[in-house]
Design a protein around this ligand. Sequence first.
Ligand SMILES: Nc1ncnc2c1ncn2[C@@H]1O[C@H](COP(=O)(O)OP(=O)(O)O)[C@@H](O)[C@H]1O
Ligand SMILES: [Mg+2]
Length: 371
Amino acid sequence: MDKLHVGKPVKGDQLIGREAEIKTMLNLLSQGQSIVIIAPRRFGKTSVILELLSRLKQRNNYTACIDVFTTPDLPSLSQKITEQVLNNKKLGKVFRKIRNNITEIIRNVELKQTIESFEFILKYASPDQDNWELLSESIDFIEAFPEKYNKEIVCAFDEFGDINKFNGDGLVKMIRSKIQLHDRATYIFSGSYESVMDSIFVKPNSPFFRFARIINLGYIEKNEFKKYLLNTLQSNKIAVSEKLINEILGFTKGHPYYTQLILQQIILNHSIGTKLQDITLKNILQQILIIENNFLEKQWEDISKSRELVQSLLVVIKQRESLYSVIDTKKINLGRALKKLSGKGIIYNEKGKYQLSDPLFELWIIENVIR
Ligand SMILES: Nc1ncnc2c1ncn2[C@@H]1O[C@H](COP(=O)(O)OP(=O)(O)O)[C@@H](O)[C@H]1O
Ligand SMILES: [Mg+2]
């Protein structure tokens, strides 16, 4: 049986759709144009980044990928950058192992040779290292390393919006001031919270204003997903009807994570002997509501702190003709609330109509709040 890919980023032939977007992004990157990928959580940002980097590697580009979300503090950030850059000479691992031990660094011939022109690396072994300085030098390293080997590098900062957890403004400005001068390095940023990304990349007074081309990642093309669902079910010898597949995609709209999760759940049901006629969208959705309950509850908790957001979100779900006609605009500033909800990635505007970006969250609200 083929492996299923729920939760972890997908790569290579597991990656469904996105071909047009990937081509565009590769094109921009090869022109030296940095990009920023914005989409809610679980829309496939990391998957796209990994795919881009893997194709760039095949073209002999240097690459680096730093996941800011899982980086706890400034020293780790600078270490990760250095390690990722060194990795292009397969030296990341050894750096990680011996970075605290100066004698080991000097003894390691390969590492020593490679870093001879990059003495800052020795500072990682110093007991009183200056974190800010090391970080600043690791950013310089992104440019200096490929320069030494006459290469180009594409460096990705996944979940870059999370950078604000370190030291806000100063850090982002320092990074910007350095990388705007980089010749050999082009950057991919990604982020889940539109409002955070706006304040870094989009607003005229933001530190990265006009630095990177903005790419909004949407749902995955339904036909692409349909082919994949049919194939996977067939190869698992599960004879679900095409009608069910259409219903699934009607529900998920091509949301990558939920479509994969539903598929996984169907296969699971089948393998424990659930009868085909009981494998319905309704039953599967009840199951994944349970699986995702913690995540959904947390999301609701966040919104329910504000009555204005709750009221507005409920109105969006109920989708009346005009949002303004059903809400008491004296009590609730709908425009402001909708902007906030979009900023959090909860809703998006499709041809003038607001929709929830997470179909399961919508169902959860209908079942737990509205009912
Ligand atoms: N293009 C894709 N094809 C197939 N599955 C995908 C695709 N993109 C995302 N997924 C599914 O969604 C999940 C989340 O993807 P990920 O790249 O981690 O999203 P993000 O980084 O935006 O949170 C993956 O584990 C996978 O199951
Ligand atoms: Mg991710």
